[in-house]
Design a protein around this ligand. Sequence first.
Ligand code: ATP
Ligand code: MG
Length: 457
Amino acid sequence: MKRENIRLPNDALWLLQTLRAAGHSAYVVGGCVRDSLLGRTPGDWDICTSARPEQTRALFADRRLILTGAKHGTVGVVLHGKPYEITTYRQDGAYRDHRHPESVRFVGDLAGDLARRDFTINAMAYAPGEGVIDLHGGRRDLAGGIIRCVGDPAARFAEDALRILRAVRFAARLDFAMDPATAAAALAARDTLQTVSAERVYAELDGLLAAPGAGAALDRYGAILAGAVPEIAACIGCSQPGRWHCYDVWRHTAAAVGALDLRGQDTRGARVLCWATFLHDIAKPPCRTVGPDGIAHFKGHNQRGAVMARAILRRLKAPVYLVEGAAGLIAIHDAPVPVGDTAILKALNRYGPVFLRRLCALKYADLDAHAPTAEVACRRAEVSFFEARMSVLAKEGCYTVRQLAVNGADLMEAGELSGPAVGNALHALLRAVMEGRIPNRREALLAAARELDRSFP
Ligand code: ATP
Ligand code: MG
């Protein structure tokens, strides 16, 4: 990791130079330094400076400014359409309720600013010519793959409980492990996550689930995450004796999240799938029974899981499409896939192809987190047959009234049908087409409609 020279984008460089030319000190800081040292492309370039917010504002007065962060000492400067955050060196004041600092106090130097940052890998600054300013062992921890609090972890988590989730999210994002002292403090403080606003918790969990190492992080840090989603606690160690499973409910969940293949999904689909997989078996603990043969059963965990997932997601103030999308998948995640064209067309009619494609992705992830037996492989093959045929029928098949070769006007013209009878007839025709009783051709449909008309005067 000898990439001491960080290449700044021209705009970030210009901001640093302008601040420095005006007599202030200024550095890029935080995530962009961390990502650059890892050889990753930073998402955004944050700048910290000795300039007071009003000085920064004056310096860039001819630019478009974003002043929503002014209270925290942040001035946003928009260059070439991209906002850069310039924040005055600060220390956070006293904290209330493990959440927000009561006040921010501006400090004179970079060292004070770095000391208030959450993790060593996030507490580095850089300026061309000066190199990396690393006062807390950030480079050592980057090299070792370690998430470690700056200073005393218990104190840092007491200041801001959200850092507990940030630690897990960064572990998942970078495939790092928490330092044992940081992990122990996070576990001990997990219940204080209940005091953090739902929006902040949701945003961190969402980022965690989308991270490449989410499965491993869930597996390792489930007990910590139970501070944010208490329902997880009962899943940890909830055993599943029988021929299907090789993991307890939580390890299975983590393995499923790790196995999730999101290729071909749009942003919403990916988010819905991550959360649905995360919560798909959340109702297994309350549904668990063990038969006389020693085998565990989880009757009703689909439906009950949908109810629990909906409650959890609403509690976290997740967007409605996510609440409904995830709960809808969970409600049928374990049901057998439809077999045969009629059943598949009816599923397309009821759920639509987008939902069914997501369902298949969830099922693959779920099955890939089962015991690797021939039976499981067989179930996976069934899903794959279903998905292939469903994709063909979604393109070529007729599964909605609008896809029928006749419409309401055709029926009214041809017969004496009117009003609701037209709608009923169209649905009866669609059913007949999906069941393969009549072809989706105009003449055949009109003839069938006349038949219908006679049988239901
Ligand atoms: P990302 O790529 O996810 O944006 P990031 O490191 O830039 O990663 P941000 O949330 O954008 O994370 O925060 C920017 C920097 O601010 C962090 O690198 C860290 O130094 C500091 N920081 C952010 N949130 C906290 C917090 N809750 N407590 C202490 N420091 C924080
Ligand atoms: Mg950032």
